[in-house]
Design a protein around this ligand. Structure first.
Ligand SMILES: [Mn+2]
Length: 315
């Protein structure tokens, strides 16, 4: 891991001051730390959860917009984190993104006895349905929609699913990897060789999303399953971040700031604002650690003369 070895508990144990700083940070911020809940199909033995998740999140208006239409949800206890970026023909963008994240979590919890893939599919379908139904009930909200990106940690696996151009990145061993492919016009142009990445970065069509929840009766997410390793950092973000902050800068920020997730999250937001803050900026960062072994109870102090004698004799 080179200079980033501090992610591993073995190294961390040698830097007690760091542990104390982290504990203090955690108390101040109320950041959630929890063992990832394990949802397995019935009959399948649940492995011991050996990992813990640290989660921090920020959602920021940016410097141009008047409303924040992004939403996020973090449930470290159950291993669920998600971001959503709402959009609307008239109004309701923030309604769509909030409905999506809330329905997603509810549905995942209801589907705990399903396999992760099926549960994730059902949860995205439920979110899509909830948005369509709300729009039908309130014509002012007609045409609202949202992106949705999910990371669902189950023991040593994570399910990644998304619709739209909100992204999930994984930072592992000094390397940043994008785990999602944008459903966007620019991405389709890139894939078809119609556009270079330099052109894509400045294209006026960067905001065009080609798949959103709330646009059609059927809206399936892209799904992926990945192994989770201690030391991994996952970043979920809306385009307010990745449109303005390049992957190299995201990687650098995570490399340096992963030990302090709150600082990592607020720094990423600050970087996007420094580059113009053209859109709402939402980030969720999740660090995976190995669960610490419970400390053994200290040996009782030797009592009385015989106890004293035993310490002298080294028995
Ligand atoms: Mn956006």
């Amino acid at each position: 891991m080179g200079g980033s070895g501090w992610c591993f508990p073995a190294n961390r144990a040698r830097i007690p001051s760091y542990v104390n700083v982290m504990a203090a940070t955690r108390r101040r911020s109320g950041r959630r730390r929890a063992a990832a809940a394990i949802a397995r199909p019935e009959g399948e033995a649940a492995p011991m959860s050996r990992i813990t998740l640290d989660v921090a999140a920020r959602s920021d208006l940016g410097r141009v917009r008047s409303f924040n239409e992004d939403s996020y949800v973090t449930d470290a206890e159950r291993g669920v984190v998600a971001v959503a970026d709402g959009m609307a023909e008239h109004k309701g963008a923030e309604v769509a993104s909030r409905l999506a994240t809330a329905t997603l979590v509810q549905s995942l919890l209801a589907g705990q006895n399903l396999a992760p893939r099926a549960a994730t599919h059902a949860a995205f379908a439920a979110a899509n349905r909830a948005i369509l139904e709300r729009a039908r009930a309130d014509p002012a909200l007609k045409g609202m929609g949202t992106t949705l990106a999910l990371a669902w940690f189950q023991g040593e696996r994570v399910s990644i699913a998304h619709v739209g151009d909100s992204r999930v990145y994984r930072w592992r061993a000094g390397r940043l990897e994008r785990l999602t492919t944008d459903h966007s016009f620019v991405q389709s142009q890139l894939a078809a060789g119609q556009m270079t990445s330099a052109e894509a970065r400045v294209s006026r069509s960067r905001q065009l999303v080609t798949r959103v929840l709330g646009a059609a009766e059927q809206m399936a997410p892209d799904l992926g399953e990945h192994e989770v390793l201690a030391g991994d950092v996952y970043l979920l973000c809306t385009d307010g971040l990745h449109d303005l902050v390049e992957d190299g800068d995201i990687a650098a920020a995570l490399e340096v700031l992963a030990p302090n997730l709150d600082l990592a999250a607020s720094t990423l937001v600050a970087m996007a604002n420094d580059r113009g803050g053209r859109d709402n900026i939402s980030v969720v960062v999740v660090r995976v650690d190995r669960k610490r072994e419970p400390r053994r109870a200290p040996e009782p102090e030797p009592q009385g003369f015989f106890g004293w004698l035993r310490t002298k004799l080294g028995a």
